[in-house]
Design a protein around this ligand. Sequence first.
Ligand SMILES: O=c1ccn([C@H]2C[C@H](O)[C@@H](COP(=O)(O)OP(=O)(O)OP(=O)(O)O)O2)c(=O)[nH]1
Ligand SMILES: [Mg+2]
Length: 154
Amino acid sequence: MTEERAGAVTVRVLRLGNGDAPLPAYASDGAAGADLRAALPAPLTLRPGERSLVPTGLAFEIPDGYEMQIRPRSGLAARHGMTVLNTPGTVDSDYRGEVKVLLVNLGAEAVTIGDGDRIAQAVVAPVVRARFLPAVELSDTTRGGGGFGSTGRR
Ligand SMILES: O=c1ccn([C@H]2C[C@H](O)[C@@H](COP(=O)(O)OP(=O)(O)OP(=O)(O)O)O2)c(=O)[nH]1
Ligand SMILES: [Mg+2]
């Protein structure tokens, strides 16, 4: 649907191989993620517990200061237990290789992915880069070193 919104960031996309892989597309006007499709020469079946790096047939030029996150589709996860193992996958702005989706079948049954199936969604997001400075001490806080459930269960 509409990708022509004001303020949209331009991301150049190279279609690899025979060049017919569809570009990522937003499925609704307010969608945060653009769906990514599998680019497969033949259907791929993942048995329970199996994972696979699924090609998209696409390479991206993400502007400096942004990243692209690869996230699962909730429908695939809810229906089949199929998710993105490294979610959110990070596509760096300087990466020029093919973007791939690391699918894993956490369900109890085999799932078959076909060419052109929507397998994940891409969220382009701004990135803040840090300047990491060595320190000899850190500021005091109430939390201090408490973590991992230190504030209680309920
Ligand atoms: O789901 C993903 C995650 C990453 N990548 C690509 C783009 C990213 O820029 C590159 C490196 O990803 P990451 O930094 O997460 O992996 P790494 O294991 O740290 O590899 P590297 O040493 O190449 O950084 O791999 C994908 O295509 N799909
Ligand atoms: Mg890395």
